[in-house]
Design a protein around this ligand. Structure first.
Ligand code: NAD
Length: 507
């Protein structure tokens, strides 16, 4: 099939290259000349595992081409994808001006045959009909009697940056929203090799679920899916913060609730919160859409609000360990929300950097890709180093920001020796506590009980052995408060013991 993809960012380039890989003849169009020249030379403007190899092989076989010539792309495509960016405006709603420009461009250039116009960008609800009307209006301007036929399909994208090629070939579902049976049939043909798992990691799996629906529902599905994932992460972070105060282990709690198939065990990993380029933008857009229709989306607002403060948990834990952060060297392991990507548009990490800077900490960072490949400007106040050892050298504490697999296997014993104080805050609850403790680290998670609170619990158990004690809150004066009730018949007694928890640096 002949395909045109307009917009060659994460979504457009990966879609175009993968469709070429399964045998379609794809022309990718972008108005960024520098990007087009780079891609024509066989290079990818983004870091995505597997993408460069697919680009090179499909370009060699003539299945994948790049151009800035809009007319050539429109003439070529039986199926035309719109994959341009829809960045957030200051109030959170999506900026649809690039969609509008592309829709008008399609209308101005359509001249023959039947075309399927597929929207892959994340757009406000009703955009499918709006794009249809924009194209029709433009067509009417240059055709006395409009005789070009086209239909609109909404095909929301669920790829994860860093796993985009894998996700395209191994989707859990494909959503096709349209009012046209003809367009849906063409889309099913287009995706047939993927639906039938011909290039899947596990070809024995049953065919991919394809949900056929109307335009508006498909547009809502994208927002609702991201809102649901973000809410699940915020939920487990809320539970983690409670666990931290009551001395429970959130990893065990997550496992315990995740074994219930109604809940499921995915995304129940407490940590620094959700981020990336798209969760924050999509949640704000959905809240705005609801507001436009007179609905106050309180749960989604709470999800966003909860996440905004989640990175402060890391700052708080650093303060507990080091007392003051002024002039302390803090090393960040990773700079992105997802591993295997160089995309640094992560509000939660930028917020962490901002908070540390405000407290006059000196920040260094090591990321396996960002230092070499990122097109994003480096955050100010952060010194980027190129080796984990450089990061650890003279550091007062490390913070694990990104759950790169290679961070699991670092030589932590060596890193601990290079540091002023071997403190590590695990912002993703990713590392093995035993390995880190054996390596000499004071290892602090963002959820499960810290070494200090566990030690405290054991100590207090000795003082009052007949009772089961639990640390259940920390008051504002940074004293731990411990209470218990005897549970004996005849009433219960409350005991409260207050004591200071010394910061690690003073031990
Ligand atoms: P991006 O910013 O990486 O790329 C957009 C591309 O469109 C750029 O190369 C830009 O030059 C090009 N463009 C803009 N206007 C154009 C025009 N008039 N003509 C030709 N090209 C034009 O964006 P992205 O990350 O690929 O996202 C695209 C859409 O997909 C957005 O709506 C986004 O919300 C959605 N989405 C993204 C992801 C993701 O993980 N990146 C996931 C799901 C959905």
């Amino acid at each position: 099939m002949r395909v045109c993809v307009i917009g060659t960012g994460y979504v457009g380039l990966v879609t175009g290259a993968c469709l070429a890989y399964i045998g379609h003849h794809v022309i990718c169009v972008d108005n960024n000349e520098v990007k087009i020249a780079l891609m024509q030379s066989g290079k990818s403007p983004i870091y995505e595992p597997g993408l460069s190899a697919i680009m090179q092989s499909t370009m060699k076989s003539g299945k994948l081409e790049f151009t800035k010539d809009f007319q050539a792309g429109i003439n070529h495509g039986q199926v035309i994808f719109i994959a341009v960016d829809t960045p957030p405006l200051p109030k959170g709603e999506s900026d649809t001006r690039y969609i509008q420009a592309v829709a008008c461009g399609i209308g101005a250039h359509l001249n023959s045959g039947y075309k399927v116009i597929v929207n892959k960008s994340t757009v406000p609800i009703g955009s499918g009909d709006w794009v249809y009307q924009l194209i029709l209006d433009k067509l009417a301007e240059h055709q006395e009697e409009v005789n070009t036929e086209f239909d609109i399909v909404s095909n929301p994208e669920f790829l994860r940056e860093g796993l985009a090629v894998y996700d395209t070939f191994n989707p859990e579902r494909i959503i096709l929203g349209s009012n046209s049976k003809q367009a849906i049939t063409i889309m099913q043909e287009l995706y047939a090799p993927i639906i039938e798992r011909q290039i899947a990691a596990d070809p024995t799996l049953p065919p991919v679920n394809v949900l056929i629906t109307d335009l508006n529902s498909a547009e809502v599905i994208h927002y609702a899916a991201n809102a649901s994932l973000a809410t699940k992460i915020s939920f487990i972070n809320e539970v983690a913060n409670i666990c931290d105060r009551v001395g429970a282990n959130v990893n065990h709690v997550a496992k315990g609730i995740g074994l219930d198939s109604w809940i499921g065990n995915k995304l129940l990993q407490a940590g620094m919160g959700w981020g990336g380029s798209y969760f924050p933008k999509d949640l704000s857009a959905l809240i705005n859409i609801a507001d436009d229709y007179g609905y106050d989306a309180q749960l989604l607002q709470a999800t966003v609000g909860k996440n905004q403060h989640q990175c402060l948990v890391v700052v708080e834990k650093l303060q507990q360990a080091l007392e003051t952060l002024k002039d302390k060297n803090i090393g960040l392991l990773g700079l992105t929300f997802n591993p295997y990507t160089d995309n640094m548009c992560d509000t939660s990490i930028l917020e962490l950097i901002e908070q540390l800077s405000q407290l006059d900490a000196k920040i260094k960072a090591y990321d396996p890709i960002v230092a070499y490949a990122s097109k994003d400007p480096m955050p100010v106040n952060v010194t980027i180093v190129t080796e984990p050892e450089q990061l650890a050298h003279d550091c007062d504490a490390l913070v694990l920001v990104t759950d790169w697999l290679q961070f699991y296997n670092l030589d932590y014993a060596k890193l601990a020796k290079l540091m002023k104080t071997p403190v590590l805050i695990d912002g993703r609850n990713f590392l093995d506590p035993e390995i880190l403790t054996e390596a000499g680290f004071y290892y602090i998670t963002t959820g499960p009980p810290t070494a200090a609170s566990t030690l405290l619990a054991k100590l207090l158990q000795r003082i009052v052995p007949s009772y089961s004690l639990q640390i259940h809150s920390r008051d504002k004066s940074s004293r731990w408060r411990v209470s218990r009730s005897s549970g004996r018949s005849g009433g219960s007694k409350n005991y409260q013991i207050s004591f200071d928890l010394l910061p690690f640096s003073t031990l």
